[in-house]
Design a binder for this molecule. Sequence first.
Ligand code: AMP
Length: 180
Amino acid sequence: MIRTDLQELLLANLRDVKDFPKPGIVFKDITPLLSNPDCLSAVVEAMLADIVDFDPEIIVGIESRGFIIGAILASRLGVPFVPLRKSGKLPFTTFKESYGLEYGTDSLEIHTDAIPKGARVLIHDDVLATGGTALAASKLCERAGAGELAYAFLMELSFLPGREKLASYSNKIISTLNIS
Ligand code: AMP
């Protein structure tokens, strides 16, 4: 699919919900995209094409919307999927990082044995906004033993400084849709 067609398809399958979960936030709802198999397939194919050069050995998905496409990418590539979960959800020993959100604060954890030492890790989430979540994910992956990092987001809110925040970890940042 041509990229401009993909952008249009994506835009038509995202829903902006104003003032959710707090006043002033325009929430990018991906449920219409998930309910459209053609759109979901097109997104997965585009992401696979974008990440093939990085050749990830592990896909890390961020709770919770990063689990959906992240697990599909891992399955398609034949590599392990590793979930980063909100505090207190993972059952084994964990590393933990707290971070600021566009709308509050939160913390993420990773199992201490989730990543083989030096592995090339692709971090996936639905939205790159201020970058706090992906930065915390990067720190967790590093603590768990990751080597080179790259990122694949469904969309990037490029009027926010997320990309700059990740620069100290990697400039390999793919976003299927850029919202400026
Ligand atoms: P940030 O840490 O600011 O980059 O925020 C990214 C995380 O918060 C992702 O896990 C997103 O799912 C969620 N998020 C932030 N802003 C939005 C938004 N406007 N719409 C939907 N999800 C968002």
